[in-house]
Design a binder for this molecule. Structure first.
Ligand SMILES: CO[C@H]1[C@H](O)[C@@H](O)[C@H](O)O[C@@H]1C(=O)O
Length: 679
């Protein structure tokens, strides 16, 4: 055998088999592994060592390479809830919490610090979570598909459960625990009633039993008509005693199987889902009836405010109009779950004016991690800046400083329980989220739910070092790319407050032109209103007056074209094409430059990424590289579609220092840019 052959054999066969799999399946959990499990010194002191403590010990034994660690339960730390203290004296590190799960979170905190190579000699820190319930919403259907899911089919194998248990259930729970996520809604808010059949509840129980080890509680989305469909009641009227009884019995059945079951998430009277209004009742009547059934077991109802019926009024106003009159009528185990913006998870929206407007009803945020409106799992968009933009928005509801974070975390409006949610981007793909960088959004949501004070940069930094490498030649440029990436998507899709000009149905590519949708608020022209005079949605007093739903002084600030932030200009105003922007450019020119900047920045990302090749494994390098190619092509498509179409109204040239369109408008109209387009 010649030497060359042996070399080849080594590099092609032996080496790959000894290198760890770099397919993304390990997420950010790439801790070093202690050979032979030598770290047996870790010990736990508590009256009873529960399962979650053993999981914490297992993590440390396997992955902690530092000094001795002791885990202690101390009820005196009750005020920290499931938070913890970590103290060290050079020889010994003590993690203390009032709750077992707090010790698990503390263990993961240590592993995070180890990955960051932090100096732990005299470590002394206290952590208390920002929100009690930190919950993922899966839009997973019982047939295995996922609504707005871009990482393959559902993780939950309903037809195999409860007999066959995928190892990924535990991996999923572990990943969540590592970032403090402690709750999950397993099924789509467009809920099949079947989830409440005994057969399915047994499957849910199996998942709950696995998740419990990691402090992860199970919740379900339920269909408001369930009693009628499953129980044969005459109707599902919340005031019908037979209906109430059905819910009470069903809840009892659930808690018998799952004693720590969390509660229900409900989408009612929205997009065709049944609800109390079908019987002339209110959202409060519906939510309370179900909440009462859960009350004896400490369960809660998360009732969604995402409602918009066909109406002549501005869709952006509807949640506020329907829910504000009901303030004070909800029972105390109901929380109103509100999407971050008033329309629908757009690349940029102002915050939903319902935040702060309910004074006697607890409110929680719903974010969307899955990128329904940000390029699915094809585009790189780090969402921590979007999440923070909402959390840090000042509503002025209780005077200056009434941020959405403080309104929902119990600071300004004390609540029995506080919560924060996000629609998951997780599927059965090997790398969980479809795009390696989409994992960072799952991570970022968990970290912000734990501590909304963390900056987007800190979170990106942690995630990059844990997921890829801590070589600064990689970390610095990649972090910069992540931090600007959401704004870049805004630039090439919908700059200056433009919104919802997505292709109807799939929401991937652009469709600013008129479509044949069933409802006018499902067409993009409803939102952009481009005509020969200008572009944008007039939500001022002369238009829909949605600005009046914001507290003073925001109503004035947004309502005045001169003071409205330019990144929301066309959300609130219909603006003439020749309107002069703050930088002196006309609106039309500015729009052109924004789209162009978006395109150019994605090309920069390609260059940045190509230079990272020496620092990471080939597989992930190539996979991200090919996604960036798609993103760059899509960005051009967006720019051409929007500029060529809007130009039919502005009737002005595209500034000559901008790259010319490479598409014809008529061609773009013929092919709707969707995922299939790339296959
Ligand atoms: C689950 O349905 C979704 C629907 O797919 C989505 O396009 C829209 O964003 O919002 C709905 C909702 O949030 O209820």
């Amino acid at each position: 055998m010649n030497l060359k052959y042996i070399y080849c054999l080594f590099f092609m066969v032996v080496l790959p088999s000894i290198l760890p799999a770099e397919d993304g399946s390990q997420l950010w959990l790439r801790y070093p592994t202690n050979r032979n499990n030598i770290q047996t010194e870790q010990k736990a002191t508590s009256e009873q060592s529960g399962v979650t403590i053993s999981v914490a010990l297992k993590e440390l034994n396997l992955h902690w390479t530092g000094q001795r660690v002791e885990l202690r339960i101390d009820k005196k730390l009750k005020a920290l809830k499931d938070g913890y203290e970590i103290k060290g004296n050079g020889q010994l590190i003590t993690v203390t919490s009032a709750q077992e799960v707090g010790l698990l979170y503390g263990a993961f905190h240590l592993l995070r610090l180890q990955a960051a190579k932090a100096n732990l000699s005299d470590i002394n820190l206290t952590e208390k979570p920002s929100f009690d319930i930190r919950i993922l919403n899966h839009w997973d259907n019982l047939d295995g598909t996922i609504e707005r899911g871009y990482a393959g089919y559902s993780l939950w194998k309903w037809d195999e459960l409860p007999n066959t248990v995928s190892p990924r259930y535990e991996e999923y729970a572990r990943a969540n625990a590592s970032i403090g996520i402690n709750a999950t809604v397993l099924n789509n808010v467009n809920a099949s009633p079947d989830i409440l059949k005994g057969e399915y509840l047994n499957k849910v129980k199996t998942l709950a039993d696995i998740f419990r080890l990691y402090g992860l509680k199970v919740y379900l989305s339920v269909n408001f008509s369930s009693p009628k469909i499953l129980g044969g009641t005459k109707d599902a009227d919340p005031l019908n005693p037979e209906v109430k009884q059905w819910w009470a019995n069903k809840v009892k059945e659930i808690y018998k199987l799952i004693p720590d079951f969390g509660g229900f998430l409900i989408k009612a009277n929205s997009e065709g889902q049944p609800g109390p209004q079908d019987y002339g009742r209110t959202h409060a009547d519906g939510a309370n009836m179900i909440a009462d059934a859960l009350k004896p077991y400490n369960g809660i109802v998360m009732w969604r405010a995402f409602v918009y019926s066909p109406s002549d009024d501005d869709r952006a106003k509807q949640a506020y109009l329907e829910f504000v009159p009901l303030d004070g009528q909800f029972h105390d185990n109901v929380i109103i779950q509100i999407k971050n913006g008033p329309i629908d998870f757009q690349p940029r929206e102002p915050f939903n004016p319902l935040f702060g407007a309910l004074r006697k009803t607890p409110e929680m945020i719903e974010f969307q991690i899955t990128q329904e409106y940000l390029g699915f799992s094809n585009h790189l968009a780090y969402l921590a800046p979007l999440f923070k933009e909402t959390l840090d928005s000042d509503t002025y509801s209780d005077g200056a400083g009434s941020t959405i974070a403080k309104l929902t975390d119990g600071t300004l409006r004390p609540a029995k329980v506080t919560a924060i949610s996000a629609v998951a981007n997780i599927g059965e793909d090997t790398n969980w989220c479809g795009h390696h960088f989409a994992q960072s959004n799952w991570y970022a949501f968990g970290r912000l739910a734990w501590n909304h004070q963390l900056s987007s940069e800190e979170i990106a930094d942690e995630w990059i070092r844990m997921t890829f490498t801590d070589d600064k030649n990689f970390v610095t440029p990649v972090k910069e790319m992540m931090l600007t990436s959401r704004e870049t998507v805004v630039d090439y899709m919908m700059p200056l407050g433009i919104h919802h000009i997505f292709a109807e149905g799939h929401h991937y590519g652009p469709q600013p032109w008129l479509s044949e949708a069933g409802r006018k608020d499902w067409t993009s022209v409803y939102y952009h209103n481009a005509d020969n005079t200008g572009i944008g949605f007039d939500r001022t007093e002369t238009g829909s007056n949605a600005v009046s739903q914001y507290f003073s002084p925001l109503n004035k600030i947004y309502g005045n074209i001169e003071t409205c932030p330019e990144n929301l200009l066309l959300w609130f105003h219909h603006v003439p094409w020749n309107y002069q922007m703050k930088n002196g450019k006309t609106l039309w020119d500015e729009l052109c430059y924004k789209y162009d900047t978006g395109v150019k920045t994605v090309r920069e990302y390609q260059k940045i990424w190509d230079q990272t090749e020496p620092y990471i494994d080939t597989q992930r390098f190539r996979e991200v590289q090919s996604k960036l190619k798609i993103q760059a092509r899509d960005a051009v498509w967006w720019k051409d579609a929007c500029l060529l179409y809007f130009q039919t109204f502005s009737k002005q040239p595209i500034p000559y220092d901008i790259e010319r369109p490479v598409h014809e408008l008529d061609d773009l109209k013929k092919i709707k840019l969707d995922m299939k387009h790339h296959n």
